[in-house]
Design a protein around this ligand. Structure first.
Ligand code: FES
Length: 221
C-alpha cells in the first residue's frame, strides 16, 4: 500500500467504494480493447489505492506527460525510504509548498500538505500522540487524522489536502500528485486526468469525463 490512502476496511476502500465495484471497474478496463496493458497496469495501481512496485513510472506516466508545461506536477523523489513511525518533511509540488509524508505502524504511507487549513501554520507529525500518531498544528491545537487528513480537533475548517505518494522497488518514496482539501485520491486523479487525458479518464469511469474522440483515444494509449 503506498498511495496516500488507508487500506480497505471491511470490504470497502477508504472512500467507501465497495471492492466489488473496483473489481468491476478493472474488468471493464481490461475488457476494453482500446486499453493497452501499460494503461491497465497504471489503472490497477491507481484504483487499487495501492502500490505496484516500480510504480513511480506508472504513477508519473498517468499523471504527467513529458513536456507538459503545466497541469499535473512532475514526480519528485522525497526520501530513500520511510520506516514505520517516521515522517519526512518536503516541498511539493513547488518549493514554497510545505508537505509531510508519514509511515504508520501498519505500513500505510500517507502524504499531506503541511500547511494548516486554519491560519497556515506548519503542521507537524507527532508519533506519540493518539493511537497511531497525529498531524498536529501547534498554533491553535489543530489535529488531523494521519490516515485521512480529516480534522479531529481544534479550529481548522477543512481536511489537509493530500499528496499522492508511491514507493518504488528500491524503497524510495516519490510524490506524484496532489488532491484538494476533502478530495479523495480517486477524485484527485480523475480531476487531473480530466484535464490532461480525458480519454483515459473516461475509460476509468471518472464522473463527468467527456466521451473521447478518436484523436483522444489515440493520444491516451
Ligand atoms: Fe493551525 Fe490555527 S493555524 S490550528
Amino acid at each position: 500500500m503506498s498511495l496516500t490512502e488507508q487500506p480497505p476496511e471491511h470490504g470497502t476502500d477508504p472512500n467507501g467504494t465497495p471492492d466489488a465495484a473496483q473489481a468491476a471497474l478493472r474488468d471493464r478496463i481490461s475488457a476494453d480493447s482500446l486499453t493497452t496493458r501499460r494503461d491497465y497496469l497504471r489503472i490497477v495501481a491507481t484504483v487499487s489505492g495501492g502500490l505496484a512496485v516500480g510504480g513511480v513510472a506508472v504513477a508519473s506516466g498517468i499523471l504527467h506527460r513529458h513536456g507538459d508545461s503545466d497541469g499535473a506536477p512532475e514526480p519528485k523523489r522525497i526520501a530513500d525510504q520511510i520506516l514505520p513511525g517516521d515522517s519526512v518533511a518536503f516541498r511539493y509540488p513547488d518549493e514554497e509548498d510545505r508537505a509531510v509524508a508519514v509511515r504508520l505502524e501498519d505500513g500505510t504511507l500517507a502524504g499531506y500538505s503541511a500547511v494548516c487549513t486554519h491560519l497556515a501554520c506548519a503542521v507537524l507529525w507527532r508519533k506519540d500522540r493518539g493511537s497511531e500518531g497525529e498531524l498536529y498544528c501547534p498554533c491553535h491545537e489543530g489535529v488531523f487524522d494521519a490516515r485521512t487528513g480529516e480534522v479531529t480537533a481544534g479550529p481548522p475548517p477543512r481536511a489537509l489536502p493530500k499528496v499522492l505518494l508511491v514507493e518504488d522497488a528500491d524503497g524510495s518514496v516519490w510524490a506524484v500528485g496532489t488532491t484538494r482539501s476533502g478530495e479523495s485520491v480517486q477524485e484527485g486523479l480523475c480531476r487531473q486526468l480530466a484535464e490532461e487525458r480525458p480519454g483515459l479518464a473516461d475509460r476509468l469511469g471518472c464522473p463527468g469525463a467527456a466521451a473521447p474522440g478518436a484523436a483522444e483515444r489515440s493520444r491516451s494509449t
